[in-house]
Design a protein around this ligand. Structure first.
Ligand SMILES: Nc1ncnc2c1ncn2[C@@H]1O[C@H](COP(=O)(O)OP(=O)(O)OP(=O)(O)O)[C@@H](O)[C@H]1O
Ligand SMILES: [Mg+2]
Length: 220
């Protein structure tokens, strides 16, 4: 499902954010990625989501060769994945409901179907009462849950989550992780970056460690 081969990413000449990364993740796997700040986790996720391209090496996700993909193919590819960005990337001038509905509207679902699904997932992440609010008027944790709902709404084959519980209290973090595990159990490949090592330990999933752009560990 996800294949990295000899991937390097170098920013502005001298910052080597990824160095010779080889990685294989099967369909339906649940994988954590951990490592210190600046290790390369977000860079890895940018490669995975076709948000940026590797400097060299190949990245293949769900059959798409992301180093060579065209702009039109990127929009097709994005319909297959869900991404929770570290900084949420919510649309400021749209309500929570509209932000979450976006992936369904992009693929042309019928409005009444969209309404039903959005209401359902907002209920799931505890945001039903904020549906008509805009992102700047809700809390950081609520914005994070909006980003999670938007990433899951179109039932993607791959979910990439960059610190999905970074702004949540412990109870809510556990609930969100339970939700991600359920999504995985239904067949989605889930890849989560986190600093929460206690949570990683409790969940007993495959865990990839990255340091200085190099994969230094990969174990269950
Ligand atoms: N657009 C960019 N231009 C230049 N350097 C960058 C850019 N983005 C990231 N970097 C550098 O690449 C390295 C890896 O950054 P990255 O954001 O992938 O780390 P991270 O593991 O996600 O860290 P954190 O846990 O703080 O989110 C860092 O040295 C960072 O400063
Ligand atoms: Mg990061």
């Amino acid at each position: 499902m996800i294949h990295f081969s000899h991937v390097y990413k170098t920013y502005s000449g001298s910052v080597h954010a990824l160095k010779n990364v080889d990685l294989n993740i099967d369909k339906g796997e649940f994988v954590f990625i951990t490592g210190p700040s600046g290790a390369g986790k977000t860079t890895l996720f940018k490669m995975l989501s076709a948000y940026d391209r590797p400097s060299s090496g190949s990245v293949n996700v769900a059959g798409f060769d992301l180093g060579r993909i065209s702009a039109e193919e990127v929009s097709i590819f994005r319909r297959r994945i869900g991404v929770i960005f570290q900084d949420f990337k919510l649309l400021k001038d749209q309500t929570i409901f509209e932000n979450v509905a976006l992936p369904l509207l992009v693929r042309g679902d019928r409005p009444n179907q969209v309404s039903r699904r959005v209401a359902d997932i907002l209920e799931h992440v505890g945001l039903s009462n904020k549906a008509n609010q805009r992102p700047e008027f809700i809390s950081g944790g609520e914005q994070q849950r909006t980003a999670i709902a938007r990433a899951l709404i179109h039932q993607p084959g791959v979910l990439i989550a960059d610190e999905p519980t970074g702004n949540l209290d412990p109870n809510l973090s556990e609930e969100i992780m339970d939700l991600l595990e359920r999504v995985c159990a239904q067949g989605t490949t889930v890849f989560v970056a986190t600093h929460d090592l206690e949570m990683v330990k409790r969940r007993k999933k495959r865990t990839i460690k990255i340091n200085n752009g190099i994969i230094v560990g990969d174990s269950k």
